[in-house]
Design a protein around this ligand. Structure first.
Ligand code: X2X
Length: 331
């Protein structure tokens, strides 16, 4: 009897230690793009810094290609909230179906350049965006960057909204994209990144929009995308984040390691991503892609054609957040 009890206690202790000192020290991190891209490199950098600073006690295991949600990137936020995923480095686009405030970054032509984007993320608007994420049960730690998104297609140079007329464009995530491309006279089709390349290959869609890093690394030129217009219509930041229950269970010292490592990895990746842009564009051109740059007047025509999207989406995003973003940009 005594022996049995002793053995039971031993088994329980072993199970407990397995749970707390081994299993509980490894966490899953979801990303959409692998470490061939700055996005995946951001997550890996986070993992490396955390491993180093916790002396190997905390392992972040990165699962790319949205594989933890079977490729359905717009389910990543929900999966992290439910605890199916512990952590993620995710795009504001993919999380915006659950966090409507994140559509701020997708408002066409709100931000002209990286300085505008930084003014938003680093100031009051960024705090409000993080508060919106927190309110939905996820702890945001730091910003990264996917990048300014440029449009490509297989049939002709795009210089005016009329050039987009009737073109089938693959779009992501939020219904906002449906509205933007409809306002431009295009024919938007929503699908995951996993489905995008096959759809471009078969010609099921004519075009897509993504940052230069994605166009370059994924070799989007090889699936018939011969025309690229640099219109910088929006940029999607990345957010490093943690499931709330996981966060609450962590000792304060571990939280600090995770947070600071996320901030450092984010800054590192933003710099990496931006400094590679010029060379990427050169390489894309060298592969025979016809790159179109817009004059101020041409650019303005796109701005005007998409104003209606701002009007429609302002109430969903929140007037206060939009105001904070506009103020940050103006300053
Ligand atoms: O699906 C896309 O276009 C991508 C990879 O850029 C995002 O996940 C937002």
């Amino acid at each position: 009897m005594k022996l049995t009890r002793c053995l039971t206690a031993l088994a329980a202790a072993a199970a407990l230690s397995a749970t707390f000192s081994v299993a509980a020290r490894e966490y899953s991190v979801s990303t959409v793009l692998s470490d061939a891209f700055p996005w995946g490199q951001a997550a890996q950098k986070w993992a490396d810094l955390v491993a180093e600073r916790s002396n190997g006690e905390i392992t972040l295991r990165v699962y790319p290609n949205a594989q933890l949600v079977a490729g359905d990137q717009t389910k990543e936020f929900s999966a992290m909230r439910s605890g199916l995923i512990d952590m993620a480095v995710g795009s504001t686009i993919n999380w915006s179906p659950q966090v409507p405030e994140l559509n701020l970054f997708s408002l066409p032509f709100l931000m002209a350049n990286s300085a505008d984007l930084d003014a938003i993320t680093q100031g009051e608007a960024g705090k409000q965006a993080f508060a919106a994420i927190e309110k939905r049960g996820i702890v945001p730690l730091a910003w990264g960057e996917n990048g300014f998104r440029e449009i490509s297609n297989s049939s002709k140079p795009v210089k005016t909204p009329a050039d987009l007329s009737g073109l089938k464009i693959r779009v992501v995530g939020s219904p906002l994209f449906q509205d933007t491309f409809t306002a431009l006279g295009a024919n938007p089709t929503q699908m995951s990144w996993a489905d995008a390349k096959p759809a471009l290959t078969t010609g099921a869609v004519d075009g897509q929009e993504n940052p230069l890093s994605v166009f370059d690394v994924a070799r989007v030129d090889q699936v018939g995308q011969k025309y690229l217009t640099l219109w910088h219509y929006m940029a999607d930041p990345l957010v490093f984040a943690v499931n709330q229950r996981v966060w609450k269970q962590l000792p304060e010292a571990d939280r600090e390691i995770l947070r600071q490592a996320a901030i450092d990895a984010g800054e590192w990746e933003i710099e990496l991503s931006r400094s590679a842009e010029a060379k990427r564009l050169e390489d894309i051109r060298a592969r025979g892609v016809e790159v179109t740059e817009l004059s101020d007047a041409e650019h303005q025509a796109f701005v005007e054609a998409t104003r209606v999207v701002h009007e429609k989406w302002a109430p969903k995003i929140g007037a206060e957040l939009i105001e904070a973003a506009r103020t940050a940009i103006a300053e």
